[in-house]
Design a protein around this ligand. Sequence first.
Ligand code: SF4
Length: 314
Amino acid sequence: MKCTRCRAPAEVNLRQHNSGFCRSCFVFYFQRQVERAIEKERMFHQDEAVLVAVSGGKDSLALWDVLVTEGFPTIGFHLALGIGEYSARSRARTEQFAAARGLDLHVHALADEGLAVSDVASATRRPACSACGTIKRHYFDAAALELGCDVIATGHNLDDEAARLLGNVLHWQTEYLARQRPVMQPRHEKFVRKVKPLYLTSELETATYAFMRGIDYVVEECPNAAGATQLVYKDVLDKLENVSPGTKVGFVRDFLARGSSAFAEREGDSAAQSCAGCGMPSFGALCSFCSLRAEVERKLRPREAATRRSESPQ
Ligand code: SF4
């Protein structure tokens, strides 16, 4: 197969686009795809500060690489989740990436304040991903506010979006369908816009880009992802994509073009008060993050105190 752009031998075959690319043309093509998504969906401008939520995986690091290459002012934010070796490796990859390129990176370690995801999940008996989601949302919002960023960019890719859409459609989660967009406008003055510049680029494309750009990323999945329904949906979509290339991109793109408007967001969904714990917007006296933290305090700290008492010399 020949490169669609320059006719050199192709290294990558993108069946969903009926195209092949050599290495340098693929890098150009990928960066243009991301740039086009940013422009078309009016995600942000060159003069806006972008907080890039970097996990250490291929998608967020590839995204940061593209944004820096395209000249967008970025600040990296890594939340060290405290999920054993997986988190240690993720943090190391992120720090190496930033250091090698001289990029501004802020790291917040949950374990430092006794909120490692694994501990929170076991103390509150919540699914790890539920606790993790609440914690991530809080820290991303708080970091954007503190660092004066105009927008938060995450590395959700086409496969993530298609799997999420499939799950939402199968269960007719109309509220989630109303919010499934590549750009979420803030609903409070302390929040900023949230965007997903990779929403139309596949997992295979981001992995290929990361490889071609020499990005060293964490290859393994988070151990808590094992058995997640989202992975089953991804598997089903992979099978469909295999027999009918372009299924995923058509599913997401056509939903946004023709289906999304049927699921309007409800009025009055914005948080009306400030959280008594952290001052961020909240629906009740405490925001969901501070409620979770209070629950951990109640359930974990007495246990720790009892352990310390039993270990102390009589
Ligand atoms: Fe967090 Fe779950 Fe994702 Fe792991 S799989 S990073 S616990 S949301």
